[in-house]
Write a new protein. Sequence first.
Lengths: 415, 315, 279
Amino acid sequence: MLKTIGALVALFMAVIGSLPALAQDPVTLSVLYSGAYVNRAPMEQLSAQFEASHPGVKIKLEDVKGYTEMTQLMLRTAVTGDMPDVGFQGLSFVRLFAERKLALPLDEFIAKEPSWTALGYSESVMNTARQGQATYGIPFEISVPTIYFNASLVTEAGGDPDHLPTTWPEIVSLARKIKAKSGAIYFDYTPTANWTFIALVESQGGRMIADDDRTVAFDGKEGLQALQILKSIGEAGMTDMTRDQAKQAFAEGSLGILVTSSSDITLYTKQAGGRFDIRVVPFPVSEGGLLPAGGNAVMIHTKDPAKQRAAWQYVKFMTGPDAQTTMAKLTSYMPVNDLAISDPKYLQTYYQDQPNLLVPVKQLPVVTSWFSFPGRNSLKVTPVIENSMRDVLILNKPPKTVLTDMANDVQQLLD
Amino acid sequence: MSLPNRKREARGRGASPASANGRSTRLSDMIAAWTLAGPALFLLIVLFFLPVLAVFVIALTDWQFGASTLSFVGLANFEEVFADRGFRASLFNTVAYVAIVVPGTIVLGLGVALLIESGKSFRAFYRAIHFLPYMATLAAMSIAWEALLHPTIGLVNQTLAGLGLPTANWLRDETTVLPVLAAIGIWQNLGFAMVLFLAGLKSIPQDLYYAAEVDGADLWLDRLRTVTLPMLGPVFMFVFIVVALKAFETFDTVHVLTQGGPGHASEMLMFTLYRESFEFFRTGYGAAVTVVFLLIAVALTLFQASFMDKKVHYQ
Amino acid sequence: MMKSMGLSTPSAIVCQALLLCTSAIILLPFVWMGSLSIKPPGEIFRVSFALLPEHFYGIENYSQALTAAPLTRYMVNGLLVCSAILTLQVLVCAPCAYALAKLQFRGRDMLFGLVLIGLLIPHQVLALPLFIFGYQIGILNTYAALILPFIVSPFGIFLFRQFFKAIPDDVVHAARLDGLSEFAIVWRIILPMALPAVIAFSIFSVVGHWNDLFWPLIAVRDQDLMPPSIGIVTFRDAESGSDYGPLMAASVIVIAPLLICFLAAQRYFIEGLTAGGVK
């Protein structure tokens, strides 16, 4: 008797539970992203495609300058109550959102998917959006730090664009020979959350923080080596500019070597407009070293169950192989989706035909989560490290002193 | 006009024709007055005085925006503020900036006003041109300045290089960034000073110049010293106060061009206030910075007003 | 007139030359902004002094500016917010100023004292508590947030009071004898007579709020609500330096309205400014 009642109740619940799906309520999702200079086109195109294939859901796009600005906006709106429903958050901030419970853990949705693994999400990349045991986002765009060369300026300096240096000492010695109006080389030291500094440390096998999650660990030999690389770059001829100015300078052909995110390869090539060739070289990684994954993951922030369901559809769409292919072709971010990368139907031939784009793709196996400092002062640590890097780059202070001061200042902010 | 007569009559009759009714008029006057002034008073309290009070209170707590609890920590926030190297740099920069912008604006504004006034033609033309920066949205003009000051492809450096003069990384070099921002500040405020000086110059009676000439003030420099400058006293005071306050409150150029950088070299108080309160969400700290800012602004105004009042020559 | 200053011709020439120099420096950012707004990307970053482009790209830049950013929306917002603020300011401040100037009542001096103290307080000081207050009553990220904090202006009250005081009392008495209520007196008699004050104040108010960056930066986040100052900064951030031409075109569009108004009605602006300042 009880069993029958139980079965009837279960049936009843199943029917009730499926009703919202049948009801087709119009849902509007407010979606926040950044980097409009390269992402606006794919975001608008893909969101329009999503709306077309999912009537009943409308996407309202909103953009701010970068990941840090996104996080500031999230923190503010978490209190004022009009948080965006979905956000393409910088991977550096997964931890922050997890700790402050601002993002929905997605494991339940993933568990309900009939064939999640077949959809092509690679484990190592999925890890970049995990904190603890829970998945807080599905990575949407991945990038790594990479090195751009202006082939014409390299040739003028006596170098060979087809055999470019692949270690820091060799890169720096080539830089010394380059004569360019905006400087021979520019190292982007102001990306979100000190991404390139983390890359310098971790690529040599170093760590940013100790296991206790409270003590800085970047002040060891890897940190010193990182600052010494920066010093040699400064000596080789770096004009201190903002990263926007450096990007402009490289795109117009007056900067020899640019060390920055791999996300802009296609953009620079287009802006160079055939006036000069661009070659891409992988960021040097030592044996056992890793690279922090740049880029962003789609996170669901809304607490409304109906919106969450719609948002999950949006997440799956945007990270599916079709959307990822469109995204990868319009920007130079790398797809998360293994299918998209390896299947000739999507991007395999595309990458084979574009050696520059293949460079960061080949580094995917050494990619790890984007480190971030814990605690409520984490946002304030960023300018501390930036200013320290700058002191070394403009040859203001010696690496050893800077490293000690930097470690002290950061440690104080962590306590 | 018969007005003066009527006035005398009215005074003879009493304060106002209706006052013959006594108390009820005063009462109706009071009701009318408070009805008219009520909204303004209410809004002044709600939008000015309560918030100021709130700032002082928050500055004494450890409240973080969004937290549901807070506790009083006395002057701890102020201690933290003054111990912070970044804040001290910000305060120093703000003072230095004001010290450059105020004299610069006044001298150049007066200079241009004198030049315009001494000419006979194109006055309105020059006046209009020099006033344009004051009207133009500073955020938008900052973007134009950014293009001009680009270290390699900006017009400023290109011109200097073309003339064989040394160039500089204007916005990224700690030694040049604050003077450059100050120059932009002078550029923006010059027109304001000029217009007020022009009005002041126009109101100086010619007789004084004749008298000065008779007394032997032949050179324009003498005339300037003995007649013009003293007569411009009140205008001078007004311009001084307004420009000093405006310089003290500078935010747009810092936010758009440098974000306080490089390091803290161009950070100024308003930007620190904004960053701490609205980017880092350190609300108690931000409120403490606000209190310091307010106290300095008030002191600046009161001090200048009383100081200049004593020195100014009124007709 | 300074005719008796009688500058000799060489001095006059020197004066003109100096003024031309200062004018050139003052106009430099405007001219360069306009020049970049009509150049194609290739020429923008080229080392050259050319003001005019080889290849006129103005149409592309300006249309890109108008489509890539909701520029017209920003301008409309500016217009909406500034006119709402000004209207409400006059509505609130004029009656109060009249009461302070023309009526006798207990507490008048205290009220005036409060106005004077209000004059001393820079508005940015109120930003943090007003933000919190705005959040508490739920008006953040709305037009109300952009308008409400400014509707009482101690400066407006002060300025109007000074002008109203200069109006002869007889006018008020005559109006009262005619049976007009105090309200009517303010709007139908006093304010029209103090037109210079109204104009002066309007200019201060509109220019100040059209160009305000600080408060909109804090109060709103929706691009639909942004006034021009924060709109142009948002556009620049979104471009991240890759599209300078449209950015310059957008900047030109943003500053154009006030500049055109000023050039067309120069006298009023200048008179209003000096009237407000000298008083």
